[in-house]
Design a binder for this molecule. Sequence first.
Ligand code: SF4
Length: 665
Amino acid sequence: MSEIVKKYCNSLTEYSRYKTREVKIGDVPLGGNNPIRIQSMTITDTMNTIATVEQTIRMVESGCEYVRITAPSMNEARNLENIKKELRARSYTVPLIADIHFTPNAAELAARIVEKVRINPGNYVDKKKFEQFEYTDLEYQEELDRIRERFTPLVKVCKEYGTAMRIGTNHGSLSDRIMNRFGDTPLGMVESALEFVRICEDLDYYSIVLSMKASNPQVMVQAYRLLIQKMEEEGMNYPIHLGVTEAGGGEDGRIKSAVGIGALLEDGIGDTIRVSLTEDPEYEAPVAISLANRYQNRINHGPIKSITEIPIDPISYKRRETFEIFGIGGPSVPVVVADYSSRNIAAQKDLNDIGYKYDEPSDKWYLADAAADIIYLGKQNISFTLPENLKLIIDYDEWIKLDSKKLRYPLFHKDEYLRSKTFSGQINFLAIKISDFDEELSKKIKLDEKLVLVIETDNEHGMAEQRRFFFELINRKIKNPVIIKRDYQNISLDEVRLYSSTDFGGLLIDGLGDGVWLTTEIKKSESEKSSKLTFVKESNQKFINRTLFGILQATRTRISKTEYIACPSCGRTLFDLQETTEMIRKRTEHLKGVKIAIMGCIVNGPGEMADADYGYVGSGVDKITLYKGKDIIKRSVPSSQAVDELIGLIKEDGNWTERPGNDDF
Ligand code: SF4
């Protein structure tokens, strides 16, 4: 499999940017040796010149290097000229990108005005009606010829005017033709774009940027990796635009974006980033900048032993094979460890932060859906009785002295583990770094069916080092479960959220990891003061627990809450998306596992809401269309009634549960 390593990134162990060709976009070139560029998209009505200009300026001030503006019809495409003039009059030279869906004539006009156009190959000429149709090779070729005919004029305009083009595939809006031939797969996404690229190349046009977005970070990462493999096969090297679509807002939106974008950046993939949040666009650039800045000095990371064969398939998800010990590993969902080693647990209420609530009169514990599974106590102990599902880890040197070891398990370090004669009869934990690993330890671990590994790293390129460790375990056929442990110090809360999402997410989406353990000290930084997120004062444990469950949800390895797929909104949006999303969230956030899409327009919304169970889609002024899966259930519902109707739909399906009374964890 060594070829795979070469093809989708430079190296899995030594960080370097994957080199693409440089594409000129106004005076801000992309790809090649240029830094990772930051961009975002306006959400104003494109016909409102001043509002769009002013929002663009706010975006530029927040760090955007390109600004995308929707051009759904000729009128908006034409108005891009006024927007550009006004921006230049105010001394803003930021390159503009016209966002096109369905309207080749608007694209051809916009390409004469702005620096770049973005087309979606799923709907530029192709159709999407969710029709099942078997294309013969001849029919398929005829469709391609039709696309060539309709697409060629745009390519010619771009060539003539020096305009760049992004061919941006979205997982949710693949055409019927692609869906029928390749399915809803990363291969379908890649082929959808490459068909258009081949036409461009035939016309000697190479100012191309490519993207493969999906709302599921796992699919998104696989599609980008496959894109690089396919580009290498065809001798292409176009710059890559990274993004997770419909990520939602707030913490969840940031976590989901960081999982997908971060996992690729870790491998040096990506020339420009757009973080899509259901928030005002000026809040997106700081998140993208924070993700990108992490790699400025990454090249100087500590050495990681190279690898020539990778034992996993980077294009399809398969969880690493492990045996199960006491609910960890095997088919069990990844466990969450809460670290209380530096916080005393004096009373039951101290566990509220990690999802446990004790009711004294009934002497009962209530568990939230996001309740941690294990508490690490370091050298401490707990004096009261705990719920039976909760395991306690105690440092071996203290554990060995305990009279009662019930629900208490030892954490060993290498030397202790190798020399100890006393072990728990149920489960033991070994904290280990890759540098600790040698033949003696390897042999002992392999034979120990009661041992869970806790892998740590202090390498700057920590995700890659831990991944290398997983590869070592797989190659040696060691099947003990693994808890991934990371520690972040002296960085802001926003950074802890983004970096941990990247580092845990990058492993979990490849099926690596049976548990997560995060330590940090909360420190408010300057950057948080300008963050969109408002922070209530909360404990480390509460923040960490929520972040870890968020990462497991984003990687779809453990579902503990409702999933929201919300578009970021744009000039097509027909209602206040942020307010509506918040309203729907408030009423449905206890519906564990239900996926609800909130989309701004009927033109792209239904296609792009991917695998949502229910859809709330703007279809006119004050009009909402409700979907169940891909099917329309109710049209033109007045927005004042639409949320109630949506809930009615969920109830009819039997997917509604009443909100538990003890949800104030
Ligand atoms: S789905 Fe949302 S972001 Fe996409 S075009 Fe429609 S309103 Fe704009």
